[in-house]
Write a protein that binds this ligand. Structure first.
Ligand code: 48F
Length: 263
């Protein structure tokens, strides 16, 4: 067909720029597409919010694809089973109230369910800063991952968001940036990002959920970022805490959005 190349390019450009424009003003921006971020995006979208998830990698999914040491299975405990069932992921029983999931199936399933629920995902996007106004986080500052990797001097764009989630995993990048650049105190024991401790799987799982919270007006943390910010343990390839943290933070962000809508 004559002009097929132009037709393909026009379709992609028009569709993609439409998605970009729709994302300029969001209810929620989720930074990081690991398990906690994707689950949060799923529940926020299900609650009817305009939610965008950004991940710097080509394939969102974070640390879940690879299971443990690339043995591509993960363990999830009983408490997270309702989430797994709601998202219709396949699992089988293991020992003492734990379950095993194929990590590729589970990661792909989470991404599929989140986008089905209405979340938009932009891959290859790095969040390098936040929009910060009147003592509140109000959006994300973004650039192409290759721009940052190449160290090119190219200015970023922004997506305004009424609430922002740091789901960046072990590095807690957004929380660190907010504290460092604005000289503010976060809701942690020291007022700063304390940093992750070594492994205690059971305690790490428990603390992940407890540490999932709003740590600065407009900025929430989930998953390993929650433990890193609050100085708790890592836990390895058990993922129930990540899923439960994602669901909890979506509920907290939903409540914040409802209360902002009343102001
Ligand atoms: O680390 P990650 O999987 O986040 P999580 O939800 O889950 C942790 C577990 O995978 C595992 C564990 C098990 O219990 O301990 O480690 O806390 O995924 C974080 C995602 O964030 C992206 C990164 O590419 C990864 O996919 N990311 C990190 N920083 C940025 C970012 C950034 N500045 N901009 C965009 N994406």
């Amino acid at each position: 067909m004559k002009g097929m190349e132009t037709l393909i390019s026009r379709g992609i450009i028009q569709s993609y720029f439409g998605k970009l424009e729709k994302s300029l003003e969001l209810d929620a921006a989720v930074v990081g597409g690991g398990p906690s971020g994707i689950v949060a995006a799923y529940y926020l979208a299900k609650a009817g919010h305009r939610v965008l998830l950004l991940d710097r990698k080509l394939a969102p999914g974070g640390g879940m694809w690879g299971g443990a040491m690339m043995f591509n299975d993960i363990v999830v405990q009983e408490e997270a089973l309702p989430i797994i069932e709601e998202l219709q992921l396949r699992y089988r029983k293991h020992e003492k109230g734990t379950y095993i999931l194929d990590s590729v199936h589970a990661t792909a399933g989470l991404i599929y369910r989140a986008t089905e629920a209405g979340a938009t995902i932009f891959n290859c996007f790095s969040v390098e800063d936040v929009v910060y106004k009147q003592g509140r986080v109000g959006g994300v500052v973004v650039n192409w991952t290759p721009v940052l990797r190449e160290g090119l001097h190219v200015d970023p764009l922004t997506f305004a968001a009424r609430v922002v989630l740091d789901a960046t995993g072990h590095d807690c990048e957004i929380a660190k940036t907010v504290a460092r650049k604005n000289g503010v105190r976060l809701l942690t024991e020291t007022g700063g990002v304390i940093g992750e401790m070594s492994m205690d799987a059971a305690e790490g799982e428990r603390m992940t959920i407890e540490n999932t919270k709003e740590i600065y007006p407009g900025l929430f943390v989930s998953g390993m970022a929650a433990n890193g910010v609050s100085g708790s343990f890592r836990m390895g390839p058990i993922f129930g805490g990540m899923l439960l943290s994602g669901r909890k933070v979506a509920q907290l962000m939903h409540e914040a959005l409802v209360s902002l809508a009343k102001d």
